[in-house]
Ligand binder design. Sequence first.
Ligand code: GTP
Length: 504
Amino acid sequence: MALLLHPRLPSHPPRAATQHHHAISDGSCLVPLSGLAGKRTPLAVTCRAARVKEAAPTTRAAPPPPASLAKEAHKYFDHAVVTVRAGDGGHGAVLAMPPAPSPDAAKPRGRFNRGEKKSKKVSYKRNYDGSVALPTGGHGGDVAVYADEAEETLLRFHEKARYCAKRGGNVGAAGGTLSSRMHSGFAGETLRIPVPVGTVVKRKKGTVLADLAHPGDEVLVARGGQGGISLIDVPEYRRRKAMALSPNIMRDVSDKVLTHGQPGEEVSLELILRVVADVGLVGLPNAGKSTLLSAITLARPDIADYPFTTLMPNLGRLGGDPALGALQFSSEATLADLPGLIEGAHLGKGLGRNFLRHLRRTRVIVHVVDAAADDPVNDYKIVREELRMYNPQYLERPYVVVLNKIDLPKAHDRLSSLALEISSIGCEEAHNKNDIKGNLNGNISEQQVPLDAEVEGSEKELEDYPRPQAVVAASVLRHIGIDEMLKEIRAALRKCFDHKLPEP
Ligand SMILES: Nc1nc2c(ncn2[C@@H]2O[C@H](COP(=O)(O)OP(=O)(O)OP(=O)(O)O)[C@@H](O)[C@H]2O)c(=O)[nH]1
């Protein structure tokens, strides 16, 4: 375990256009007549247009978001319930056979009937088995959900919670007579709904359909209805002969139902977002987590000197290190700055426990402790305890403690004793190495873990869990100790890859 104390400590309404006419209450206008020089009395002219009722709006305005959503977005950003409906299938058609060619057409064309129109031979499109190919209604549009890096939260699903794909086109049978120029209805377009990377899609109160953990992951959630078939309507005496052409011969009126397109599937889905990040930053409010994220990544979270500035997790990317799997994972490590935890967070205090679920996919945890606080060791223990109460597996993960704000004299004076005390909390090695392996693998194969089952407090005490990989002193605001901190975070990440080597 590394204990790093940084030596370089500092000493202490558009304007209205001019109106040329004046509206009066009965819908007429007073128009000054310029031809009547000198006479300035306006004449009342009734304008018909003024009586026209106000046109109904062409598009229905989206309902305003609920007030609670605007106020407490952090409660809703990672969970939403939506209903999706795939498109219905297009309808087939009941078609009549074209009239049979007249027997005269078979006669030899002699001298006197040269000018007569030759009767056309009727042709149809045929299937491989020789039967007549009849057009069908278009397939209804499917609904798919995919992970899009441009999306950050699930908030928009609280404003619009119903999505419908387009229906399939009907068979174009203008004349109602079978002809080779007829075509099937157009298939409805697949409706693709973007969600943030890391969204778990499940049926409402049902099975998990997919965990969209990588950009571009996609799952089909509702299938469009099949298009209806077409039927040939022939008089009964010609039916036997027509059956040789196609099996789709209408026998009675009740058969017509076969031409109707099938309805599209409708499902209610639960979307649960779990931030995808390699490193999770945790700590009490105001410890400096957001400042740390902005110091080492390009992320620009809100930073302020009051608790709970961070209401939703912020993500930032660390510079690429191929040794950490940047080649396999296409990018460098991602850091998530989680909202501050307070004692009792696992019981819903402060911003609640929901944020703790975002640690599930992280490999390394970074505890940010305000070294200038009244009792930093207790602060650190509170956060560890909250993690343990939510899911003891979190405590098995490699972690680094950052003693922040060492630029302040209060922190500076007690730094060594503080670092020693924190680094001594915990045991040397994990009691059960399989715990770590299972834990790290668990990040990837979440199907094995019940989705929202948090493992409530176990018998173990904080001392029974591994000690920190390193305790680093830093001032993220003054950029002191940043390199050492990054070195330790990378070392912890490397340790994870030793346990769980990524598949190429
Ligand atoms: N002196 C000093 N102040 C710091 C340092 N790091 C952060 N701060 C200040 O501490 C305050 C809180 O910082 P944040 O980064 O918002 O803290 P946080 O942990 O993200 O807070 P929450 O959003 O409430 O969870 C801000 O006023 C920062 O400027 C530091 O190294 N030294």
